[in-house]
Structure formats: structure tokens, C-alpha cells
Design a protein around this ligand. Structure first.
Ligand SMILES: C[S@@+](CC[C@H](N)C(=O)[O-])C[C@H]1O[C@@H](n2cnc3c(N)ncnc32)[C@H](O)[C@@H]1O
Length: 289
């Protein structure tokens, strides 16, 4: 399957998906305007966001449009003090071309690849340029727009929603802190286990500290503009491997590049018959269903 074919399939799926339609604002007010807080936030509690709804907030969209930060996750719960309240987001690196650490991950990808929380899409774009079928999935409209503009296929959808090719992805990417998506790593890893084919792999980046934190955060820019709170997690390698083990993943690789720790995990094959062969790879690449 070509990148263009994946893109065509996705656009159609997205238009027809009632879940996607249900998330569209009904008021005529742009979604970003509905979610963003005023520059000087009033003291009114913001309604919490369900897992899968985060990152649609306007400070994030604005940063992706310009390709520049500074942008942060502010910890709301559990409360932190001083500089620990703000977790910097590496917007400039996400919006740049893949670096050497990214390339160490891209080399390990076999298609079709699903990039979960693809952001502005540097990895999806690089895979497409190499002829590897790849799809980004992200809840942020700005992320999807930017990924498509840079030649990648992307779908505006939560990883917890129905997705194309469930159980048939060759590689899943979980990069740049995305082990935090949904705020509960075991739930996320179990979901990804269902998405990948038997014998397929998950390439995941851990936090560069030995942490295991479940947080409530919000996206915030340098002017205090912010979106709504959502659940997030920060997970280092030890906790990541523990969660992977408890959700059926098998550790097959572990390395570090530019101070970024990565792990390679495999979904077990249930028997010889399910081992992916070169023919399977070819068939999957040509499968547009
Ligand atoms: C830390 S950023 C990752 C940046 C990205 N990997 C890159 O290369 O630029 C997290 C991304 O995950 C997305 N996200 C958050 N929750 C999600 C969910 N439930 N499903 C899919 N994407 C999600 C956000 O919109 C955001 O783009």
C-alpha cells in the first residue's frame, strides 16, 4: 500500500465516523476558540477532559502552526512546586526533520507503521519518503493538518477510538513522551497490543528519568494561555518494561540515543502459522481494506 492509498482510506473513514462527527462543535464557534482559556485565566474550574480528548487546546495548535515554543505541560495534580510545575515540550524538535535518535527508531520500522500521537508528523513524513506505508493518528487538528502538509497520512482520532487495520499494523511508534497518553500506561499498552499484528513490534520512548507518575496536566504557553486539564503520565524505562510485561509484550531491544531511552517490544506469535513471512509483508503493503 502506498502512503497516498492510506491517506485516501483515512479521509473517507474519518468523514463517515460518527464518533468523529460527535466531537465536532455544534455551535459554529471554532473548536480551538471553545477550548482555549483567556490570556489571564479567570478563577473558574475548567471541566475535566476525557482520555482521548486532550491536546486539542489552542496553545498547542498555535505552537504547531509556528513550529516554535516555548510550550509546557503544567502539573495540576499531584501538585508540584517551582520549576517542577512545568514540563517543557520540545516543539522545535518535533517540527524539525528527524534527528539521529529518531533515525535509530526509523531503521527498525517495518510497515505498515502506526505513529500514535504523531504530532506534526516528522516521523510519518520520513517513513512516507522512504516508501514505508505509515499513518499518524492524533487528536489535534493542527497536528493532522501539519502532518498531511508535510507529505504524511494522518487521521484525527484518539488511539482509543476505532482505527483502521486493527490487529494488522507491523510497527507502532510511541515517541516523545507519548507513553503518557491517557494517563494509564497499562491501558495504553494493552490497546496497542490489540492494534499490532502477531509478531509485530512497538517502538517506545521512555522518560529520561526513572519515574512512574500519573498526573493531571494542561498545555500552557509562556503567556499563561492554556487548555483544559487532562490525564497524563511520565514513565521511565523500568516502569515501562514492567507495564509491558504485564500486558503481554516481549522485550527484544533496548538502546539510548542523544540521551533518549528507547525500547523495542514484540507481540508474541501464537504459533508457527502466524509468523509474518515476506509474502505476508507484501500482501499487507498492498491491502487497502
Ligand atoms: C508529546 S506530543 C508528541 C509529539 C509527536 N510525537 C511528534 O513527533 O511531534 C503528544 C501528542 O499526542 C497527541 N495525543 C494526546 N492524546 C492522544 C490520544 N488519546 N490519541 C492520539 N493522540 C493523542 C497530542 O495531540 C500530541 O500531538
Amino acid at each position: 500500500m502506498s502512503g497516498a492509498a492510506i491517506g485516501t482510506e483515512i479521509h473517507t473513514a474519518e468523514r463517515n465516523d460518527p464518533a468523529t462527527a460527535a466531537r465536532q462543535p455544534q455551535t459554529g464557534t471554532p473548536l480551538a476558540v471553545q477550548l482555549v482559556a483567556p490570556a489571564h485565566p479567570v478563577d473558574r474550574p475548567a471541566p475535566p477532559v476525557k482520555p482521548g480528548e486532550p491536546w486539542t487546546d489552542d496553545p498547542y495548535a498555535q505552537a504547531l502552526r509556528t513550529g516554535r515554543g516555548p510550550l509546557y505541560l503544567r502539573r495540576l495534580e499531584p501538585h508540584a512546586h517551582g520549576t517542577a510545575e512545568l514540563i517543557p515540550l520540545d516543539v522545535e524538535r518535533w517540527c524539525a526533520a528527524p534527528d539521529a535518535a529518531d533515525t535509530s527508531v526509523l531503521h527498525r520500522c517495518t510497515g505498515p507503521v502506526l505513529d500514535v500521537g504523531c504530532g506534526p508528523g516528522r516521523l510519518v513524513g520520513a517513513l512516507a519518503a522512504r516508501g514505508v506505508p505509515a499513518l499518524g493518528v492524533d487528536v489535534s487538528p493542527a497536528a493532522v493538518t501539519r502532518t498531511r502538509r508535510h507529505g504524511g497520512a494522518a487521521l484525527r482520532r484518539s488511539v482509543f477510538d476505532r482505527l483502521p487495520r486493527e490487529g494488522r499494523w507491523g510497527t507502532i511508534l510511541l515517541m516523545d513522551g507519548n507513553v503518557g497518553i491517557g494517563g494509564d500506561l497499562a491501558t495504553l499498552l494493552a490497546r496497542l497490543h490489540d492494534l499490532v499484528r502477531p509478531g509485530g513490534r512497538l517502538l517506545a520512548e521512555a522518560a529520561d528519568e526513572d519515574v512512574n507518575q500519573r498526573l493531571t496536566v494542561r498545555v500552557e504557553d509562556a503567556h499563561g494561555r492554556h487548555g483544559r486539564p487532562f490525564p497524563w503520565a511520565r514513565v521511565g524505562t523500568t516502569a515501562l518494561l514492567h507495564a509491558a510485561d504485564s500486558t503481554g509484550w516481549i522485550l527484544t531491544g533496548r538502546w539510548s540515543a542523544d540521551g533518549r531511552p528507547f525500547v523495542e517490544l514484540h507481540r508474541a506469535t501464537t504459533g508457527f502459522d502466524e509468523m509474518p513471512t515476506a509474502q505476508d509483508e507484501h500482501a499487507t503493503a498492498n491491502d487497502r481494506s
